[in-house]
Design a protein around this ligand. Structure first.
Ligand code: ADP
Ligand code: ADP
Length: 232
């Protein structure tokens, strides 16, 4: 589904260029749930941003369903992102003046679609992530866990091929974090949602099918949880 081929990113401009990613090869299958870990500065965010088309690589390529997507124009990349990629962030990034359901419908509006025809989808999604009874609440009236559920529903409303999550449990306590991870695992298992998640939290990573461990911009270790480890 998603392939990175010899993906490199060099940040120029500072005193010394920073080699944030060095010839990374990564293949993610449809329905796979991949966790990316590694020390601070190892290139995790850079990898996620490149895979999500938020930035372009210095060399190498990204293929989505066999099509090269790493050398598109900004406009094409934006469209591709809107149609194919859902993002979840550590700090939710919800709009404070909008209700939960308005936040969830926003990506459709941005994509020029009328929310009217999508009510049922939105309700199903809200039910799935467990926030249907919070539909009219604003973010400030929701707990951290609920805000992350709203942000998850917002990421999924466009039915993205890939869900990219950047420290989705980073701002949550351990119990709430586990609930959000169980939801991601459920999406992966039942809806075959492809997920790539950056995390510092080994417990969060243990919900994934595979762990990719980055050090100094290179993949140091890859581990298939189901095959190599007993189920946690
Ligand atoms: P991680 O997410 O693992 O902490 P990053 O991908 O954020 O790592 O960063 C990898 C390396 O690239 C680090 O050395 C970081 O300082 C550097 N870096 C990240 N973004 C930029 C940028 N916009 N300009 C210059 N250097 C950057
Ligand atoms: P557009 O170009 O469509 O107006 P943006 O480029 O601002 O929109 O953002 C497109 C998508 O990328 C949005 O889902 C946004 O939340 C996400 N995004 C923007 N900046 C970042 C970032 N630094 N890291 C991760 N995701 C981002």
């Amino acid at each position: 589904m998603l392939n990175a081929v010899k993906l490199s990113k060099i940040y120029e401009g500072g005193k010394h260029p920073v080699h944030a990613l060095v010839e990374v090869d990564l293949s993610v299958e449809e329905g796979e749930f991949v966790a990316v870990m590694g020390p601070s500065g190892s290139g995790k965010s850079t990898l996620l941003h490149l895979l999500g088309g938020l930035d372009s690589p210095s060399s190498g390529a990204i293929l989505l369903e066999g099509k090269v997507v790493s050398s598109l124009s900004d406009k094409e990349a934006t469209l591709l992102r809107r149609r194919n990629i859902g993002f979840v962030f550590q700090f939710y990034n919800l709009l404070p003046t909008l209700s939960a359901e308005e936040n969830i419908l926003l990506p459709l509006l941005i994509d020029g679609k009328k929310p009217k025809g999508h009510e049922k989808e939105m309700e199903d999604l809200m039910e799935k992530v467990g926030i249907l009874d919070r539909r009219s609440h604003r973010p400030s009236e929701l707990s951290g866990g609920e805000q992350q559920r709203v942000s998850l529903a917002r990421a999924l409303i466009t039915k993205p091929k890939i869900l990219l999550a950047d420290e989705p449990t980073g701002n949550l306590d351990s119990k709430t974090g586990s609930q959000v991870m169980e939801l991601l695992a459920l999406l992966s298992e039942e809806m075959k949602q492809t997920i790539i998640m950056v995390t510092h939290d080994p417990k969060a990573a243990s919900y994934a099918d595979r762990l990719v461990y980055l050090v100094d911009g290179k993949i140091r270790t890859e581990l298939h949880f189901e095959k190599d480890l007993p189920v946690p």
